[in-house]
Design a protein around this ligand. Structure first.
Ligand SMILES: [Zn+2]
Length: 234
């Protein structure tokens, strides 16, 4: 792309201009993120009752945490292209969704949207739609209430905090298979709250695909304290 000549694309792993030029990720960084295995996926989802029927992710959270942090908090929207490609591959391989599937990104609250300038999940959903030809809806599921950061809370608390935070509407979802798209899955509290709203609005079934999965209260959850543009200098 001509734009890449002026603003070289940064690698989602090392954050340096991608080598070789024109790729989405450095050849040497491609092996860094750990792909999520079927067993990893089951371990993270656990045995709790969930409202979604199936789901998968591309990577183990701990192996891609610094990248994800920059994507969400340091304005690295450009990573979405590579992320979406990896998510589309994992989704096709593990879930093989039918063509009528509707991609629905997990929405963020308007306040957070203004602060960040983008919904990271919507960027991922658009990228997956481009690669798979599946339809995407960014208006079928809304966040009606802002939720506090859930990262340090136990599963039961997360569930309470996020219950009723979403509302689904529109004929798009009726009797349809919905594929929720988000950046990270931890306890599934957010995914269940989204699924509850979608099922209430008449969705047939709810599946999910995320970039990364990690079990709560484990090393998977470490958020690296590195390049955070917001901290700045004095
Ligand atoms: Zn790199």
């Amino acid at each position: 792309m001509a734009q890449d000549l002026l603003f070289p694309r940064r690698c989602p792993i090392c954050d340096r201009p991608v080598k070789p030029f024109g790729n989405l990720i450095c050849d040497s960084c491609r092996q860094v993120p750990e792909p999520l295995s079927g067993e990893d996926c089951l371990r993270v989802i656990g045995e709790a009752d969930h409202l979604f029927a199936r789901g998968t992710g591309a990577f183990l959270y701990r192996s891609i945490a610094p990248s994800l942090y920059r994507f969400k908090f340091s304005g690295r929207e450009e990573y979405a292209d590579w992320y979406a490609g990896e998510m589309a591959l994992a989704m096709a391989r593990v879930l093989a969704p039918p063509r009528e599937t509707l991609l629905v990104p997990v929405p963020i609250a308007p306040g957070r949207m203004r602060e960040r300038g983008y919904n990271q999940s919507a960027l991922l959903a658009r990228g997956i739609a481009q690669r798979t030809g599946l339809a995407v809806s960014e208006t079928s599921l809304l966040r009606v209430r802002e939720t506090p950061p859930l990262r340090r809370l136990p599963a039961a608390e997360r569930r309470k905090k996020v219950a009723g935070a979403f509302h689904a509407c529109g004929d798009d979802v009726k009797s349809r298979l919905i594929m929720l798209i988000d950046d990270i899955y931890t306890t599934g509290a957010t995914m269940d709250a989204c699924a509850a709203a979608l099922l209430e609005a008449g969705a047939g079934e709810v599946w999910f695909t995320v970039l990364a999965m990690g079990a709560p209260n484990s090393d998977d959850q470490r958020i690296p304290r590195q390049t955070d543009d917001r901290s700045g200098g004095i």
